[in-house]
Design a protein around this ligand. Structure first.
Ligand code: AHR
Length: 488
């Protein structure tokens, strides 16, 4: 029996809704097919944007969407993606399969998508191969209400009023695909670029510098040494789970028990990576004025056989669901510094929450985790603790969990990592007697997944709970992710 203890009097900070954010890139079938099908498509759409996908995004309360990349962002020239579609320049997508990008999805379409979903746009600007002028003009185009060349151009293209834009990334992975820069060179470039990205009217930019990849602590150290909170509101971190390293990612569908546990081990490592980056940030910024955004994360497996290797299409199983729960519980626990996280990527690429095939759409196990966890958005993180039990040769904790409180309701999310053992849990809270406890769960074999012929193999079901003397008793099945909604 596990004794999970909560102390709602011990609050650790607010869980920013943006921790449940997403990432979209002009990569494979993420934008085209996955989100944008064009106005003439038979697939139901609003101005070319798939209605089924928008509805699914709304259901999980998608708070923010990052675009247009990824590596693509540092080769993207935004002026190619505005104006009359037939006149838009075509380009080669060098990073992802060398396919032709026709720029039919550009700034107006992306902003339209965010408005339909009701989420914040997060623009990743081109520092690697663009210019200061180009990025400054993009900001002016999107956010300036007065008379200027860029605002006039936007009006000419059919948008009278500016959009609101908060999140602006200045480059992407500039230590790699975004220019192979050393940290000091990037920091200097960043300062130059950001100086010319202005706040117009009441639009206030929140500027994000390209942070480290995984455990590159030197990058963080250099950035924190060079940048001041008046230059930058956040630095980003990218962390992917490669089961056995970059060269041995393994299959998304065919894996052994050992592969399962190894994937979880590599995912849990993000806790240590975040902790160490935060330690560096604390030395330079003890007042926590600069946030950490994990703006790309997730499982990266081999592409599905028979698909374009440049398109990064992979299936999604209960292993991905458990991994997502691990990551999200870790982000919740770091909510005093981690203010946004964006799973890579939103549709048809890597650890996608949605997969599409022509007019069909399926929700992956990872989607259901975002659904279960959505009540944490804007909650106050509540202290939670249980005596750990270690499992597998990798000495993993058997349970991953976090708790938050909002409007007098406590939400607890728990994953049972074990493939062998169900977990009997008794949950108690300091000074509180619970009167109601609703449970929801996804569970199954680690390989369980949804497919176009069988879309409901993994779906959210009710999880039985019992109240005993104000405590909550439950059994969490092996390989599962659950949410408890507790009322006093
Ligand atoms: O998400 C796929 C790629 O991974 C992104 O384009 C890049 O930023 C990262 O290396």
């Amino acid at each position: 029996m596990f004794h999970l203890y909560l102390n709602p009097n011990d609050k650790k900070g607010r869980i920013n809704p943006e921790i449940y954010g997403h990432f979209s890139e002009h990569l494979g079938r993420c934008i085209y097919d996955g989100i944008y099908v064009g106005e003439d498509s038979d697939i139901p759409n609003v101005r070319g944007i798939r209605s089924d996908v928008v509805e699914a995004f709304r259901k999980i309360k998608m708070p923010v969407l990052r675009w247009p990349g990824g590596c693509f962002a540092d080769e993207y020239h935004w002026k190619d993606g505005i104006g009359e579609k037939s006149l838009r320049k075509k380009m080669v997508n060098t990073n992802w399969g060398g396919v032709t990008e026709d720029n039919s999805f550009g700034t107006h379409e992306f902003m339209d998508l965010c408005e339909q979903v009701g989420c914040e746009p997060y623009i990743a600007g081109n520092l690697g191969s663009g210019s200061v002028e180009e990025l400054a003009q993009w900001v002016e185009y999107m956010t300036f209400d007065g008379v200027s060349p860029m605002a006039d151009l936007r009006r000419k293209n059919g948008r009278e009023k500016p959009w609101k834009l908060k999140y602006l990334g200045v480059g992407n992975e500039n230590w790699g695909c975004g220019g192979n820069m050393c940290p000091q060179f990037y920091a200097n470039q960043y300062k130059r670029y950001q100086s010319f990205c202005h706040d117009f009217g009441d639009n206030k930019l929140y500027k994000v510098a390209c942070g480290p990849g995984s455990d590159d602590y030197e990058w963080t150290e250099t950035l924190m040494k060079s940048l001041r909170p008046n230059h930058v509101q956040a630095i980003s971190l990218h962390y992917y789970t490669f089961m056995d390293g970059w060269d041995k990612k393994g299959s998304a569908l065919e894996f052994s028990d050992r592969d399962y546990y190894k994937t979880l081990k590599e995912s849990i490592r993000i806790d240590e990576v975040i902790t160490r980056h935060i330690e560096i940030m604390n030395r330079y910024d003890p007042e926590k004025k600069i946030d950490l955004l994990v703006d790309e994360w997730g499982n990266w497996f081999d592409v599905e056989e028979g698909t374009n290797p440049g398109f990064l299409y992979q299936q999604n199983t209960m292993r991905d669901a458990v991994t997502a729960a691990l990551y999200l519980n870790i982000f919740n626990r770091h909510c005093d510094r981690v203010k946004m996280a964006n799973i890579a990527q939103v549709v048809n690429v890597l650890q996608a929450v949605i997969l599409t095939k022509d007019e069909k759409m399926i929700l992956t196990p990872t989607y259901h985790v975002f659904d279960l966890f959505s009540d944490h958005q804007s909650g106050e993180l509540v202290y939670s603790h249980l005596e750990e039990k270690k499992i597998s040769e990798f000495e993993l904790p058997m349970l991953s969990y976090s708790a938050s409180e909002k409007d007098d309701v406590i939400t607890v999310t728990i994953a049972n990592l074990s493939l062998e053992e169900d977990a009997q849990i008794e949950l108690a809270a300091a000074g509180i007697s619970f009167n109601a406890a609703d449970g929801q769960v996804i569970a199954g074999d680690a390989h369980a997944h949804n497919d176009f012929d069988a879309p409901d193999q993994v779906m959210i079901k009710e999880l039985g709970t019992k109240l005993e003397d104000g405590k909550v008793m439950l059994t969490l099945p092996r390989c599962s992710v659950a949410k408890l909604t507790l009322k006093k």
